[in-house]
Design a protein around this ligand. Structure first.
Ligand code: KIV
Ligand code: ZN
Length: 509
């Protein structure tokens, strides 16, 4: 029987450390519930000592997610571990994850600690965590640049103090697959107690080797993979969950290991994350990128039509991706719409369906063909709805290469309608300025991205903005067949997160 690999998802902790990926508590909760549906074994929900927002997020996720182990990260100090444990109190299956750096470069320049002192910290921190929790993970930060014999001493100490998972991170994405495999082997030989704990890999992608290194880890004894959806994470990111899982599934002949992942939830999870963070998935990203299953060359298309296996090593359906099907038009009814959503894996409540159906019919009026990806975008609009303090009623733009771009916007706020105009560097800038004048806010636009949701000249344009409102930086998202309208709505989506009820819940910038 295939040996089990445990999937440790750190999207909400290491992933959230990607520049621009910060999420508020509501977003994290939605992501955590989706990760539970995806079937990950462990969710690393955050680093509770880092901020009150992080603490609250870990606490809320611990309360709500019942079937996964919830891990919280802490450094080796008592204060960190105590705070982390406080946040994990309500988890059905809590895990304390503590770490300290073990490479000479980190110990000398960052920690300013001798090897002896680090060893003492390992013993004390793991023993302290163990008083609270049976499930303790210890990570040797920068393990792959550490002296191998010192690592042996560190892991002896951590296991003796009670660690049940030993993580060997490639913190700076430096090691190569063969070398990583050798390191794991060396550790297994020199620390025989590793037989009684779970060995874990946590590989960063600075050289594009995170997934290859993780697989090399598995081939040499690692049984837990730490990874992130869409491969997000510090700098170039972490090993991408979807790539590791699909490599194991697709190459089961060579890698006889199983996971608990329901792969048909992968695409939905990837989309949800990018709609929450505004981190758009590159077109050529394996498994979840737009082109991952697109066949451009005629010879390939011909082959796929004859037999998909000629050029497809896995099917889009296996990761929950629609095959760009034309599904509906303006004559489709609510019942048919619900059915299609169910086929796409979305359970929609009656109230949500009514909202979505209104927007669906408006879209079907504008767009000849409504694709599955359009439907997914509509449902994401629904999920990203916040308290709509300001609602777009009307806008008009004047622009051109010899006119000053000018925009007039009318917003509804409760029973009031407020109108104002502004000029800008371009039509989008003018829209944002007019909204800022009406709402008397001064959000600074940090990032603006637009992409098409599906195909055709009438495709939906999806806009992501990241706006700094002084007290908080938030992401806004919206889609429309008109990209100026999508831009206005994305900006309002961000603004409403700050001024609406959801505003009180967010993490600090
Ligand atoms: O990259 C790293 O070493 C980490 C540890 C805290 C596990 O993220
Ligand atoms: Zn990391």
């Amino acid at each position: 029987m295939a040996e089990r690999i445990y999937i440790f998802d750190t999207t909400l902790r290491d992933g959230e450390q990607s520049p621009g990926a910060s999420m508020n508590i509501e977003d994290k909760l939605q992501m955590a519930l989706q990760l539970e549906r995806l079937g990950v074994d462990i969710i690393e929900a955050g680093f509770p000592i880092a901020s009150n927002g992080e603490f609250e997020a870990v606490r809320e996720i611990s309360k709500v997610v019942r079937s996964c182990t919830i891990a919280g990260l802490s450094r080796s100090t008592r204060a960190d571990i105590d705070r982390c444990w406080e946040a994990l109190q309500d988890a059905a299956k809590p895990r304390l994850h503590t770490f300290i750096a073990t490479s000479d470069i980190h110990m000398e320049h960052k920690l300013k600690m001798s090897r002896e002192k680090v060893l003492q910290e390992v013993r004390e921190s793991v023993a302290h965590a163990k008083q609270y929790c049976a499930d303790v993970e210890f990570s040797a930060e920068d393990a792959t640049r550490s002296d191998w014999d010192f690592l042996v001493q560190v892991f002896h100490a951590a296991i003796a103090a009670g660690a049940t998972t030993i993580n060997i991170p490639d913190t700076v994405g430096y090691i190569t697959p063969v070398e990583y495999g050798r390191l794991i082997n060396y550790l297994c030989e020199r620390v025989p107690e590793t037989e009684y704990v779970v060995l874990s890999s946590h590989c960063h992608n600075d050289l594009g080797l995170a997934v290859a290194n993780s697989l090399a880890g598995i081939e040499n004894g690692v049984r837990q993979i730490e990874c992130c959806i869409n491969g997000i994470g510090e700098r170039a990111g972490n090993a991408a969950l979807e790539e590791v899982v699909m490599a194991l599934r697709t190459r089961a002949d060579h890698l006889p290991y199983s996971t608990n992942i329901n792969t048909s939830e992968i695409y939905k999870t990837s989309r949800l994350l990018s709609s929450k963070t505004g981190l758009v998935v590159p077109y050529n990203k394996p498994v979840v990128g737009r082109n991952a299953f697109a066949h451009e060359a005629g010879i390939h298309q011909h082959g796929v039509i004859q037999k998909a296996l000629t050029y497809e090593i896995m099917t889009p359906e296996s990761v929950g991706r629609p095959r760009s099907t034309l599904v509906m038009g303006k004559h489709s009814g609510k019942h048919g719409l619900r059915k299609r959503y169910e086929e796409l894996g979305y359970q929609i409540s009656d109230a949500e369906l009514s909202d979505i159906y209104k927007r669906f019919t408006a879209l079907a009026d504008k767009k000849k063909e409504v694709f599955d990806d359009d439907l997914i975008s509509l449902v994401e609009d629904e999920y990203s709805l916040v308290d709509e303090v300001y609602e777009l009623e009307y806008f008009q733009v004047i622009s051109g290469n010899s006119t000053v771009p000018t925009c007039t916007v009318r917003l509804r706020k409760g029973s009031e309608s407020i109108m104002d105009s502004a000029t800008g560097d371009g039509p989008v800038d003018a829209v944002f300025k007019a909204i800022s004048r009406i709402s008397e806010t001064s959000g600074k636009l940090l990032d603006y991205r637009v992409q098409s949701v599906s195909e055709g000249k009438d495709a939906l344009g999806e806009v992501f903005v990241r706006v700094d409102f002084g007290s908080r930086t938030v992401v806004g998202r919206a889609a429309s067949t008109d990209i100026i309208e999508a831009s206005a709505k994305a900006f309002l989506n961000a603004l409403n997160k700050v001024v609406g009820r959801g505003g009180a819940k967010g993490t600090p910038a």
